[in-house]
Design a protein around this ligand. Sequence first.
Ligand code: ZN
Length: 69
Amino acid sequence: MSSHDAPSPPPITYTARPALGALHLTCDRCQRVYAYPADGGPAIRCECGWRYENRSGVITEEFAPRLGV
Ligand SMILES: [Zn+2]
């Protein structure tokens, strides 16, 4: 028996990137959670008045309160 000479199995690398569709965006102001906006897609309008838009992979924030509020 010489199994102690067997090489170690190769390491398993797990990616830290979540699967597509599992991404979400949390509003920093009210902690509401929304689906992550797509690049170039429609902006998310949070109930608290902030907008979140994905522009070339960068989330831009803008305060856009609704009229009459
Ligand atoms: Zn919010």
